[in-house]
Design a protein around this ligand. Sequence first.
Ligand code: ATP
Length: 246
Amino acid sequence: MSAVAGGAVTLRAEGVAKAFVSGRVRTQVLDNLSLSIHAGELTLISGPSGCGKSTLLAILSGLQKVDTGRVFALDTALDQLDANALERFRLLHTGFVFQGFNLFPALSAREQVELPLHYLGVTKREARERAARSLEEVGLAHRMTLKPAELSGGEKQRVAIARALSKQPQLLFADEPTSALDAASGQVIIDILHRIARVHGTTVLCVSHDPRLIGHADRVLAMEDGRILSDRRMPAPIAAIEGTAS
Ligand SMILES: Nc1ncnc2c1ncn2[C@@H]1O[C@H](COP(=O)(O)OP(=O)(O)OP(=O)(O)O)[C@@H](O)[C@H]1O
């Protein structure tokens, strides 16, 4: 069940349990779950709807607390941090990409990417340069002045990836990043995420129930009922071997 290790371990869960209580109903979502995720690769967590994928992602990224168990990110014990420290950790070290893009309707692609850099204290000039570089990296150099309404779904998701990338995070989390997209756009998105892991050494953790993504990840963890059922290392996609992934 265990896969051969890739780069350094950057995310680690040890005996994590999480339940939600709603009225009299208690749902045990994660049950004594342990895993290690490595830098420089795209790890995909797959599994049926409701098996706990998003909850696991939220816990590993510090968005949700565990009931029991330990969570380490970049050797920081997230389970020991208070809300302020967690927010700071996320600001400095993490990027997020969501199914629904989460873009501001009134801002251009470039402004969307610049915005979080201002929170990091980056100068206006550097923010502009970094935004341009990130948008170029996702193939949107020619779309920088456009607003979300003028972009396709795939382009919107690429803006969201550029926004996350421009922070130069060590950890990049993606929750169902291709669910709202057609097959071709979805494949472009997953290839970009894959390339970010390889080129920048970023830890990319992606949650999806889309089986088309499996062949594009370095490693696939299959979840069911709050547990990891299998842990597979995938052969490198041909495009990545030939250096033609876009
Ligand atoms: N805040 C919450 N309060 C109560 N129940 C919750 C909460 N968040 C998640 N759950 C429940 O936990 C279970 C796992 O949810 P989760 O979103 O982690 O699954 P998932 O595998 O990501 O599903 P999907 O693929 O449909 O997004 C579900 O039964 C869900 O209803």
